[in-house]
Design a protein around this ligand. Sequence first.
Ligand code: TYD
Ligand code: MG
Length: 462
Amino acid sequence: MAKDKTLFTCNACGATSPRWLGKCPGCGAWNSLVETVAESASPSKNRLATAPQGYAGLANAQPVTPLAAIEAQDVARTPSGLTELDRVLGGGVVEGGVVLIGGDPGIGKSTLLLQAMDALQRSGLPTLYVTGEESGAQVALRSRRLGIEGSQVNLLAEIQLEKILATIDAVQPAVVVIDSIQTMYSDQLSSAPGSVAQVRECAAHLTRMAKSTGITVILVGHVTKEGALAGPRVLEHMVDTVLYFEGDTHSPHRLIRAIKNRFGAVNEIGVFAMTEKGLKGVSNPSAIFLSQHSEPVPGSCVLVTLEGTRPLLVEIQALVDGGSPAPRRLSVGLERDRLAMLLAVLSRHAGVACADQDVFVNAVGGVRISEPAADLAVMLAITSSLRGKALPRGFIAFGEVGLAGEIRPAPRGQERLKEAAKLGFTTAIVPKANAPKKPIPGLTIHAVERVDEAMHTLRALE
Ligand code: TYD
Ligand code: MG
């Protein structure tokens, strides 16, 4: 077979060029051409392209099957032995499944995977850990720290894709970790490791290998400064499962979230604590994102959020500070556009104006909150900071806020309230539709329908 040649393909329109061009000849986009491998056309493809009868000769090549005639098969899973990781994976690693684990450098990806590989190896699955970032000695040092220095996990320090594929073929592991996909390169392409073209090409090869052999592949991906898995999210659609590491590297807690899972529920989270001896699962995480103030402070409101199947209590902090000519709106762990919307709703529907103030909001502990049920807690934290008055002791809130000033219910409100009561919270402002029919012992619940009503209730509580 002739050697595959390289081509440059436009990311936007798919046009190709034999050499790199700054501007796409097809759609005119700038900097959109990336290097790709063009497989040399086989004789049969040529015949198809030039045959006068078009595709007619191939009509019977692939028989079709009615869906009803295909037997659904449960996927074969093996638990990794780390309960919190299995929870986000949907029960364990899947045969032939490809998982992408993304996160900031230093957050604990290599640590977690070494622990998981060791557990899988112990349970009898042959594993291969390919390290492109660290030497074998460095990984051995980590294993000593984790107390698994006697581990039988097979290690390969290599960055060239073709050699890795050959090793996989020879060793026949059941699970392969590629740490990280950005360090790998294929000699089919001339661009540097870490470039979009290389990352895409290597991931595509490994995915095909996983599907054809039934080997589970776990890819580690670093997150770029913009927060996307490099390259421009190209890997996310290729793989079966995308897991994201969250958390503040300065605090011990780490969260793993499934943002895509063909074999399980999304938005499930796994919670870990980084200890001296690696990552340990936290089975009851609801209270870990609360900063323990001895006295209530202005600008702080506890939110009960629901991540996957578990309620989590997260402290939302706001700081409203005044008088700048170009006020800033900054948020950490919450969406900035949502913050701008909430400030507009506060001003229009509750007469709380922050137009000339800097507004900062933060979700404590590096957790990212994307559910709209956080709105009410964010609003109350902002109001509390603006007025310099702390919310009552033992206070929680949740609820989505609409543009018309209405407060909409959050899913599974009862569970959220029960968890708050269990942790000793005593007062809540929640959407009317979330008010429980039976009282919850120890918790006084104020149900509201509108933003101004929530503000009145708050004043009455002060
Ligand atoms: P690492 O797994 O190397 O991160 P990543 O692969 O995501 O870049 O984790 C690195 C951090 O974890 C490092 O700062 C040291 C810390 N750590 C511990 O606190 N305890 C441990 O047992 C280990 C192995 C690492
Ligand atoms: Mg690493």
